[in-house]
Ligand binder design. Structure first.
Ligand code: FMN
Length: 314
């Protein structure tokens, strides 16, 4: 049976993201994949309302689902998206990061967290391949969090990201059509997705530039200073995307390199085991709050003061 590959974009109609995504998807189709493509601009999508019913479910080991499930198109899209063999995401960069439409859609993935739902037996484990395309008007300097933010939103559904591409300096509508090399790189994304799909899941690996990014685990370019995490784990330096922990080391040629510690992948967010620790943290910290009548009583006592404060609005 052929593979299913879906493209999800949030870019302008007939513009850069759509064009690059179509180039990538064409390669998948040429190699026999059954291709679907959507632009999030065509759907009604509500912002996560923060009701926390999904994470309360996690605290109780129950699949409560999303309280907005029947109120917009998210669930309809997820029914298709989560049943694909691979998904290629393409988002425009706004203010250094993916546009709010892309993030609005992806933040709603929490109710579909596969680490949790697999653990309680609500869903069957599924291997998914993913690839990312970020598009911006400027250079990497002005797209510094684009691929990183995109990637982290895909971990919730355990997409194994095998390649990512940042198309730079294409601000105008369909501007990318001037650059054959950018179109060719998008086709390479499609080819790498197919290569990954034709590889047994446990052997699937990163197929982009091996030197891409600071992090050898997820290839992000985003590192931060480590601080104590839940239950005290701490690293000198962390990858802001996958959570790999380690330190900066100077190589013989005088360059800095991020070296992952022996225990540095304990909470690797790209794995269900790593995210499972975060599910346990939610059960402990949020679940602990709801289970503690003293904590709830103290908050109920202190809250009215803040409810009464009403500053002038607009
Ligand atoms: C509100 C807004 C903010 C933007 N911010 C950035 C930015 O921070 N960095 C950048 O490289 N491009 C930025 N751009 C340019 C878009 O990323 C660019 O036009 C891109 O081609 C849009 O992709 P599309 O044609 O697929 O919609 C911004 C555009 C808009 C409308």
């Amino acid at each position: 049976m052929g593979f299913t590959v879906m493209g999800v974009t949030a870019g302008r109609k007939d513009s850069n993201c759509e064009i690059l995504l179509k180039e990538a998807l064409l390669v998948c189709q040429e190699q026999g994949a059954d291709v679907t493509m959507i632009n999030l601009r065509d759907y009604e999508l509500l912002d996560c309302n923060g009701c926390t019913s999904c994470t309360m479910g996690m605290s109780m080991g129950k699949n409560t689902g999303c309280s907005l499930k029947d109120k917009d198109d998210k669930h309809k899209i997820m029914n298709v998206m989560l049943n694909q063999d691979a998904v290629i995401f393409a988002a425009p960069t706004y203010d250094l990061m993916p546009s709010s439409l892309f993030l609005k859609f992806m933040h709603r993935n929490l109710a579909y967290e596969s680490a949790f739902l697999t653990k309680i037996g609500a869903i069957q484990p599924r291997d998914r391949v993913g690839a990312l395309i970020a598009v911006g008007g400027s250079t990497r300097s002005w797209q510094s969090m684009a691929l990183e933010c995109m990637q982290v939103t895909t971990v919730t559904n355990s997409f194994k990201i095998v390649d990512m591409y940042m198309a730079t300096q294409v601000p105008a509508p369909a501007h990318v059509l001037l650059y054959d090399e950018k179109l060719a790189r998008a086709r390479e994304i499609g080819a790498n997705v197919m290569k990954a799909l034709n590889t047994p899941a446990p052997e699937r690996k990163w197929l982009g530039d091996p030197e891409a990014g600071w992090c050898p685990n997820c290839h992000s370019n985003c590192l931060c200073l480590g601080e104590p995490q839940w239950r005290g784990l701490q690293y000198p330096i962390e990858c802001a995307v996958c959570g790999a922990g380690g330190d900066l080391v100077k190589t013989d040629d005088g360059k800095w390199k991020f070296v992952i510690a022996a225990n540095g992948l304990e909470r690797d967010r790209t794995t269900e085991e790593g995210r499972g620790v975060h599910c346990d943290e939610i059960a402990d910290v949020q679940g602990g709050f709801f289970m503690d009548p003293n904590a709830r009583e103290e908050v109920a006592r202190k809250l009215p003061k803040y409810k009464k404060i009403q500053f002038k609005g607009i």
